[in-house]
Ligand binder design. Structure first.
Ligand code: SF4
Ligand code: SF4
Length: 366
């Protein structure tokens, strides 16, 4: 029977000083290695709580925004609700344009500034906790995760594309980011203002709603293909196509935090590699530097050996609750600042909205 001990000197953080069991594992070279079984953590329930809360928040924002649009479409005969500025989180290109405008002029834009502050919050989260936005907050990431988990539960496995297909496809999201980035980078601030203050820019959020509400045949087919393929292949949209994730992945390269593996404590079981939703070879790496890492902590959760895997800086391992608290503080802190500073709401006169919103479909790119 394995002994129960308290070898406090083994641990680097007080949170891990608990009764542990010494076990023995067979290594790949046939030798046996003694290891201390890791105490289970609450990383995944915590992360799933964040995902569900953020998905519900987005559904609430979507429902409120739909009611707000209907008020203007019906000439003011339906119930009025305040426009939820959080809807601008779905306008990433306008957010990038506003960020450039702010950086170059020092002026916080009047229109769609909430989207810019959300982008700043998600960039800050990426710099602090790698691409945690994707696995802790993003509603598309959450739905993608549920799809492949449902597929795995139904058929017992998921599929990985061959390397020769996977690598070039992964580059697609950077190509899309490059196209959007090129437009923003080459646009002078005065043109950005003219674009965002045009009728098209004023109703960009309504056009985004129409994209989902009046979905065309080609878009519907694309969505169905993405949903069905996501049941069999992990995170198809996030892995191959999402330019927002690509941007946050590049920002995450600046992060001092990462998954680190201690070879002395590792027992070569490969559980971390098999669990990684981003298909990263965690068990072969000393630390995970890839921009694909979403700080989901799945690898840490499944690792049986105490101290073999940690997330954090070289000096400071971060417990899951610290990651969760950090994400919440950055997100709520930046949103609260934008609200208190009067930058959260876009003020557009009512008579302009009554004119433009019912005609949103008529406006093309200026
Ligand atoms: S390396 Fe770990 S934290 Fe990063 S994506 Fe893979 S499982 Fe998640
Ligand atoms: S780091 Fe990976 S391979 Fe090593 S013990 Fe943990 S799960 Fe197993």
């Amino acid at each position: 029977m394995p002994a129960t001990v308290r070898p406090a000197q083994f641990f680097r953080s007080a949170a891990e000083v608990r009764p542990v069991r010494i076990q023995t594992a067979r290594m790949k070279d046939g030798t046996r290695k003694r290891f201390l079984r890791r105490w289970p953590d609450r990383a995944q329930p915590l992360r799933h709580t964040f995902q569900t809360a953020f998905l519900l928040l987005n559904l609430w924002v979507g429902a409120r925004f739909y009611m707000w649009v209907r008020y203007y479409e019906t000439g003011g005969t339906s119930a009025f609700v305040e426009r939820p500025p959080g809807v601008e989180g779905w306008l990433p290109i306008a957010a990038l344009m506003n960020l450039k405008y702010w950086l170059m002029t020092g002026l916080v834009p009047d229109l769609h500034a909430a989207g810019m502050f959300l982008l700043i919050a998600f960039l800050a989260i990426s710099i602090l906790f790698r691409k945690a936005f994707c696995s802790w907050l993003c509603p598309i990431g959450t739905l993608s995760e549920w799809l492949w988990q449902g597929g795995r539960d139904a058929i017992g496995r998921t599929f990985a594309l061959p390397r020769g297909v996977d690598i070039p496809l992964r580059g697609l999201k950077y190509v899309l980011l490059g196209l959007f980035g090129y437009v923003v980078v080459t646009m002078p601030p005065v043109e950005i203002r003219a674009f965002l203050d045009s009728p098209y820019g004023l109703v960009a959020d309504v056009k985004m709603l129409d994209f989902f509400r009046r979905i065309g045949q080609a878009t519907a087919v694309t969505v169905v293909v993405l949903v069905v393929s996501s049941v069999f292949v992990k995170n198809v949209w996030c892995r191959y196509l999402c330019p927002y994730g690509a941007l946050l992945g590049l920002a995450s390269l600046l992060s001092p935090t990462r998954i680190r593996r201690d070879a002395a404590a590792c027992i070569d079981c490969d559980k971390c590699t098999k669990a990684c939703p981003s298909l990263l070879p965690v068990a072969r790496l000393a630390s995970v530097r890839s921009p694909e890492c979403t700080a989901c902590l799945e690898c840490v959760t499944v690792c049986p050996s105490a101290g073999a895997l940690r997330f954090g800086t070289p000096r400071q391992p971060l417990q899951p609750w610290m990651v969760a608290a950090g994400i919440a503080v950055v997100f709520l802190g930046i949103v609260t600042y934008a609200r208190l500073a009067g930058h959260w709401h876009s003020e557009v006169p009512d008579d302009v909205l009554f004119q433009l919103i019912p005609r949103a479909a008529e406006f093309g790119h200026p």
